[in-house]
Design a protein around this ligand. Structure first.
Ligand code: C2E
Ligand code: MG
Ligand code: MG
Length: 242
């Protein structure tokens, strides 16, 4: 892909905070395409076009490499931050994923514990046994997993039990409407209880106002991301906000 060779992709970073402590605990890497004519493009404008193609794997490997370099930079600056990257289910389950991750971690030693892979539950279900094996092999390398957009898929108790994910990310659609819509509120509370029962960590996405944040803290969810806290930004703007 020409855009990959021309180095037109870049990562933005959205801070992930502990709302109670008031600290930044990490960030999520979100891909952008600096298109020569169309300007800065969001993932929805180009990721769907490469679905099913080998480019998913190549772009995903580039994202992991870039994220690990960023973790090294932060570590050298004395910042102990976690970094989540989004991984397509197709990429995670492609042959050689674990080996490629292992080699990437060897090129960037000492940051595996800070890396978290975000996957969509629905992208793992076609072969749960295989997905689970891969996730376990990655966890042996020190890498953590989060289930992204949790609540939007099947969110089955059996799947949750069988998937070795450390973190559940409450989907932003439920968080956004939870203060007005009792059913969205019920889903948020359900996910929080589930996380507690299965001893998983939980992060709320899409916290857009202080009221949302306060309500989540009272509900026992301290970790969050959202425009109301900080928008995704280039790496060099992030340390100033830590
Ligand atoms: P996601 O992983 O669920 O990421 C959250 C998305 O919500 C991001 O959009 C983020 O900018 C946006 N967001 C954060 N806080 C708020 C808020 O308070 N309100 C609202 N309305 N939105 C908020 P973005 O960057 O456009 O990414 C969209 C999706 O594209 C991501 O959803 C993820 O599934 C995918 N994606 C992003 N980067 C990558 C990547 O490097 N690889 C892969 N495979 N997928 C990626
Ligand atoms: Mg994500
Ligand atoms: Mg999400």
């Amino acid at each position: 892909c020409q855009a990959l060779e021309n180095e037109e992709f870049l990562l933005y970073y959205q801070p992930k905070v502990d709302m109670r402590a008031g600290t930044v605990i990490g960030a999520e890497a979100l891909i952008r395409w600096q298109h020569p004519e169309r300007g800065l493009l969001a993932p929805i404008e180009f990721l769907p076009l490469i679905e099913g193609d080998d480019l998913v794997r190549r772009l995903g490997n580039w994202v992991i490499e870039r994220a690990l370099s960023q973790l090294e930079t932060w570590q050298a600056d004395g910042l102990n931050l976690q970094l989540s990257v989004n991984i397509a289910g197709q990429h995670l389950q492609s042959p050689g994923f674990v080996q490629a991750l292992k080699e990437a971690l060897q090129r960037h030693p000492g940051v595996a514990q800070q890396l978290e892979l975000e996957v969509l539950e629905t992208s793992l279900l076609d072969d749960l046994v295989h997905a689970r094996e891969i996730m376990n092999a990655c966890r042996e390398l020190g890498v953590r997993f989060a289930l992204d957009d949790f609540g939007t898929g099947y969110s089955s108790l059996t799947y949750l039990r069988r998937l070795p994910a450390d973190v559940l990310k409450v989907d932003q659609s439920f968080v956004r409407d939870m203060l007005d819509d009792p059913e969205d509120l019920a889903i948020v509370q359900g996910v929080l209880s589930l996380a507690k029962a299965f001893r998983r960590e939980v992060v709320a996405e899409g916290v857009e106002t202080a009221a949302h944040g306060e309500f989540l803290i009272l509900s026992g969810c301290e970790h969050a991301q959202g425009y109301g806290i900080a928008r995704p930004m280039p790496a060099d703007e992030l340390p100033g906000r830590v």
